[in-house]
Design a protein. Structure first.
Length: 245
């Protein structure tokens, strides 16, 4: 453990610390794997999904994390989605995850289960366990940390870099002593990897857009998702067709 910490310290000294910019992530979801993991779905449904996607079940999209020492904003790189051939386009669900580290508050806009919710609450930092592992992610030496998502029952592995000493990260994850460069949701069901890091002033990019939605607390939002998952399990349905995995 001491040798790993020394390596991280040496690498950090070699970098000029930069604490403001934009990280672009590639988010990959593997839907056949996700569906196969759900024990309450029928074998027929799992086989149908495998036959439909075969070896092409990877869904990719670009996300971005705008950050500085005071906070962060995570959202889609482009709000409009389109197929690879460009023939079909659509408007993506609203998804703005805002963190204010100074005030220890959050302000999220999440479109899910057919409605838009505005979640304004105090920050609840995930309980992280820092592991004795390091790896390179897009040229940055990163250390591994683990936590769980108790609502979805998922294992979460994050690779964070102290070269960028900001406690920000993708999705709703944050609170490590360096920015999260890679996120692994449930042993590879979904992988987010930083593909670009750009240091620049970002104050104008960190404004959460004004939108209409139902205001709700973090606790009430979690309770709503838990009920949806429980109802879906009882009905042998995939809950993640209606909510983010």
């Amino acid at each position: 453990m001491k040798s790993i910490l020394l390596l991280l310290l040496t690498a950090t000294v070699g970098f000029a610390q930069k604490t403001e910019g934009v990280v672009t992530y590639e988010r990959k979801s593997y839907w056949t794997k996700i569906i196969n993991r759900l024990p309450y779905l029928s074998r027929e449904e799992k086989d149908r999904a495998a036959q439909t996607w075969k070896n092409d079940d990877e869904y990719k999209e670009k996300m971005k994390l705008v950050f500085n020492e005071k906070g962060s904003l995570y959202t889609h790189e482009d709000q409009q989605g389109q197929t690879d051939d460009g023939r079909y386009t659509w408007e993506k669900d609203e998804y703005y995850i805002s963190r204010n580290f100074d005030k220890e508050t959050k302000s999220d806009i999440i479109e899910t289960l057919g409605k838009t919710y505005i979640i304004e609450d105090s920050l609840r930092t995930p309980v992280w366990k820092v592991m004795n592992q390091i790896k390179d992610v897009n040229g940055y030496i990163c250390m591994k940390a683990e936590t769980t998502d108790p609502i979805r029952g998922q294992k979460i592995a994050a690779w964070f870099s102290q070269d960028i000493p900001v406690p920000a990260g993708p999705e709703r994850y944050f609170g490590l002593p360096g920015i999260i460069m890679e996120l692994d949701i449930n042993d590879g069901d979904v992988i987010l990897e930083a593909v670009k890091v750009e240091f620049k002033p970002v104050e104008k990019e960190m404004v959460v857009p004004k939108t209409k939605g139902k205001k709700i607390s973090d606790k009430a939002y979690d309770a709503m998702l838990s009920k949806h998952i429980a109802d879906s399990i009882k009905a042998n349905r995939n809950p993640y067709w209606g909510m983010r995995y």
